[in-house]
Design a protein around this ligand. Structure first.
Ligand SMILES: [Zn+2]
Length: 393
């Protein structure tokens, strides 16, 4: 057992409300935080007043997509035209980028060829160094529905149930459902209602019977309400939230994963992307920001997610930038840090072993130069990343 004691750090554990002077220790073999006395540690690292917080958890990624289309053609705009080998290559590259940039756990919510599920197993067995992965496999979408490229077309209660069971059999720990249309695909709008309440409920029940979660891509108001009625654990995007939807989320303890990065990234590249996409993206941005701000103020639980993989929505600084967008939308910096640590861990049901700096939890943490509670952009600066107690090189 090799133990390292970290001294002179200011630490946000995920459970406290400010950075505090706390010494902490890790065991590099178990990869966990431990209770450790100074004299017994094999090694002592003086952090000289730097800031430490839990590794970021990103609850909404698509690791098989290349946001810059360099490898997968128009993969995130159009269809996954590449095969499983190339998509796996893209996914591994994206995982490396996430980890180097401080993301130590992800929930992938739509993948091809079960690549997320298989990489999740490799990471669990320590065969690869990567963020931990809660995978969903393919999203369940209605025939011709949103995200069909990364989805399994499913119609009617029986097919939803069957395909949810199949995904779970293949290793999915979350079921992704498409409740509405979206921005990135032509021929639909964010307001379109897609899977019905009954269809989604069948899949949600299957996930819950196994102790797993279900989430819904839900942008328009009616689709959002349908997904909440179906019992999903989180609403993804939540662009058009009215007061009733917010009330329903509070009553049902439904999480919100905003993914403000997704429309923002499209809107930075209007000349490089198809007209239909830019038009829809510009049209939703303002409403999206207002919805997220309102939900945060009302006390809806928020988990950080970016939708990385969609156009120009990168796997590098995107997660840190999402925190900045959340604060601009009205979250406090503390709420933003919680959304990427304890809240996301709770949503992913990994909070018994990850998401906070406490003895026996995975030693996933980042070291940064400045206090993000004073300036949330501090998370975007240079950082040192530890995954399972080992420094990421
Ligand atoms: Zn997505």
């Amino acid at each position: 057992m090799t133990t390292i004691l970290f001294k002179n750090a200011k630490v946000f554990t995920g459970k406290n409300t400010d950075f505090e002077a706390i010494d902490f220790a890790v065991d590099t073999e178990s990869g966990r935080f431990i209770n450790q006395e100074t004299k017994a540690a094999d090694k002592v690292i003086d952090l000289k007043g730097k800031y430490v917080m839990p590794g970021l958890i990103n609850a909404h990624t698509h690791i098989v997509l290349d946001p810059f289309f360099k490898i997968g053609g128009l993969s995130s705009v159009n269809a996954v035209k590449t095969g499983a080998v190339v998509n796996t290559y893209i996914a591994v590259d994206n995982l490396n980028k996430l980890l180097k940039n401080g993301v130590t756990y992800i929930r992938d919510v739509g993948s091809s060829d079960n690549i997320d599920l298989q990489l999740s197993n490799l990471e669990k067995e320590n065969k690869i160094t990567a963020p931990g992965i809660i995978g969903s496999g393919p999203a369940l979408v209605m025939t011709g529905g949103h995200g069909v490229e990364l989805g399994l077309e499913s119609d009617g209660v029986d097919e939803l149930r069957k395909n949810a069971r199949t995904n779970i059999k293949n290793g999915a720990r979350n079921i992704k459902l498409m409740a509405t249309g979206g921005v990135s695909i032509d021929g639909e709008t964010p307001h379109d209602i897609q899977l019905s309440v009954d269809e989604m409920r069948a899949a949600v029940d299957e996930a819950h019977h196994k102790g797993y979660t279900a989430c819904a891509h839900a942008q328009g108001t009616e689709g959002i309400k349908n997904a909440i009625r179906a019992g999903v654990d989180s609403i993804e995007h939540g662009i058009y939230l009215d007061d009733e939807a917010i009330q329903m989320m509070l009553e049902n303890d439904t999480y919100l994963v905003p993914t403000l990065m997704a429309p923002w990234a499209i809107n930075q590249h209007p000349d490089k992307l198809p007209d239909f996409m830019v038009k829809k993206s510009l049209a939703v941005q303002e409403a999206h920001i207002v919805s997220i701000g309102k939900a945060a103020k009302a006390g809806v639980k928020i988990a950080m997610g970016t939708d990385s993989g969609t156009a120009y929505n990168d796997f590098e600084n995107g997660s840190s930038e999402e925190l900045e967008h959340m604060v601009e939308a009205g979250l406090t910096p503390l709420q933003a840090l919680q959304s990427a640590s304890v809240n996301a861990a709770e949503l992913l049901k990994i909070d018994d072993y990850a998401g906070s700096i406490e003895a026996d939890k995975l030693a996933d943490f980042i070291i940064i130069e400045e206090n993000p509670l004073e300036n949330i952009k501090a998370v975007q600066g240079d950082k040192i990343v530890y995954k399972k107690g080992k420094k990421v090189e």
